[in-house]
Design a protein around this ligand. Structure first.
Ligand SMILES: *Cc1c(COP(=O)(O)O)cnc(C)c1O
Length: 442
């Protein structure tokens, strides 16, 4: 079971207790909602650690592999602490993520900084903190980084982010590796970049190539095609420039199971294809096995996360849909309105009841598009029921906003019947914290 966590809809510890309530991590979800209020993000530690372990085990046959958790999926200090403990490094994409990881006490050598438009201040911060790698995205960044490194008298180890030109079948907004993408060097620009690094940018030390083809990927072939392209490039660069690059970063993207219609490959399936692909191409082309970096985000944290809401008002449109509103929505989970993302939900206090009512779960925000779940079967819902939406660990809190001036929810970590706050609920004071009324208006 543990080997296939990304193929599960619910956290591995999900059960129904003797009073018919759902439990996760040994904690009754109805009790959690009472104690911490809703909306509430619940993270199951066993599921999170379980998926980390399956990554380590699945790749244990390949000596040179490093896991960099894509922090953008969910970056808080406690989550960072757990992933550090699970021997993961971190892929960061902003000063805020870098700062979180730094303040949590992670070894800065385990950090890779990604992004298509890192600011000068962010690059300075990365160099000052002496992070492990910077994935350079474009020509401007090469020049800027070399200049900063020169001023600071430091050498910087870099990867080149490239666009391998692979289409993966995912939502248009989460595809990144196709040719007409804002990310990375085009295949035709690689030689020019390598040439500049070798001959002009003396403070940059090129370690390897980086690609990321997209997110919520269900086909192992995407990784195999990508690896073939990356290794072909390593071989070509060796021939042309006489340098043997020793690292490839193949990105993240492994899918998860939001609904029964999603069928992602397991971590083990993906690992077997990746290792096989790397070994086959390297042997064919007589190139030494490279260090492989993986940057999984969603597949690490999604299944561990569940969001609890309290049911409120209802509306039956005459001859139309039945809407049931909850106390959260697009501000704590923008994915349904951004990507038409689908989810699976249950009623925490009615786990054993028959699902005989078709309803649309609406959020509380002032947008018609704020719908969390469309036309799903539920037990008869009443005000005060606790709705739990599964697979909300990734890209929910990290994409959340204060839209409508609402407070961001709290987050609790559950394990063996214990619950601990890992993010406090925002207060009304937090809402106005950064507001300033200029004196001339007073
Ligand atoms: C977003 C992103 C990831 C993580 O993707 P997931 O689908 O969450 O695994 C990894 N690498 C890069 C460069 C990214 O932009």
């Amino acid at each position: 079971m543990k080997d296939n966590i990304n193929q599960l809809i619910k956290p591995i510890t999900t059960t129904v207790n003797s009073i018919g309530h759902l439990e996760i991590g040994g904690c009754d979800l109805v009790e959690l909602a009472k104690e911490y209020k809703t909306p509430l993000y619940v993270i199951d530690e066993a599921t999170l650690r379980g998926v980390c372990k399956s990554y380590r085990e699945a790749f244990s046959d390949y000596e040179h592999v490093k896991f960099l958790y894509a922090s953008k999926a969910l970056c808080t200090s406690a989550i960072t602490k757990i992933l550090d403990d699970e021997e993961f490094g971190f892929d960061v994409v902003s000063d805020g993520e870098l700062y979180t990881v730094y303040r949590t006490g992670v070894d800065m050598k385990k950090i890779l900084f990604n992004g298509n438009n890192k600011s000068v201040d962010e690059l300075k911060m990365a160099i000052d903190l002496e992070i492990g790698r910077i994935s350079v995205d474009n020509f401007l960044e090469l020049a800027t980084l070399d200049k900063i490194a020169d001023l600071k008298k430091k050498k910087v180890d870099i990867l080149l982010r490239i666009t391998p030109g692979i289409e993966c079948h995912t939502h248009e907004y989460i595809q990144t590796g196709h040719l007409d993408s804002k990310f990375g060097f085009d295949m035709m620009q690689i030689d020019m970049a390598v040439d500049l690094i070798q001959n002009q940018y003396k403070n940059l030390n090129l370690k390897g190539l980086h690609a990321h083809t997209g997110s919520q990927i269900f086909e192992t072939k995407v990784y195999c095609d990508e690896i073939e392209i990356l290794i072909n490039e390593l071989v070509r660069i060796k021939k042309k420039f006489n340098i043997e690059l020793k690292e490839i970063n193949i990105g993240g993207g492994l899918g998860v199971r939001y609904t029964i219609h999603d069928n992602p490959p397991s971590v083990h399936d993906i690992a077997a294809s990746i290792i096989n692909s790397v070994k086959t191409h390297c042997e064919e082309l007589n190139y030494p096995y490279p260090l492989i970096y993986l940057e999984p985000g969603r597949s690490i944290i999604s299944t561990a996360g569940t969001t609890l809401y309290t049911v409120g008002s209802k509306k039956q449109v005459p001859n139309g849909r039945k809407y049931v509103s909850v106390d959260g929505g697009m501000a704590d989970n923008p994915r349904p309105s951004l990507y038409q993302a689908e989810y699976t939900a249950q009623v925490a206090n009615k786990a054993n009841k028959d699902k005989n009512e078709k309803v649309t779960i609406a959020g509380r925000y002032c947008e018609s598009g704020d719908i969390l779940l469309n036309e799903i079967k539920m037990p008869k819902l009443e005000a005060g029921d606790i709705l739990c939406v599964y697979n909300t660990g990734a890209y929910n809190y990290s994409m959340s906003s204060n839209y409508n001036r609402t407070s961001k929810p709290a987050m609790v970590l559950v394990n063996s019947g214990q619950s601990d706050i890992i993010v406090n609920r925002e207060t009304l004071e937090d809402i106005i914290r950064n507001d300033v009324i200029p004196s001339r208006l007073r």
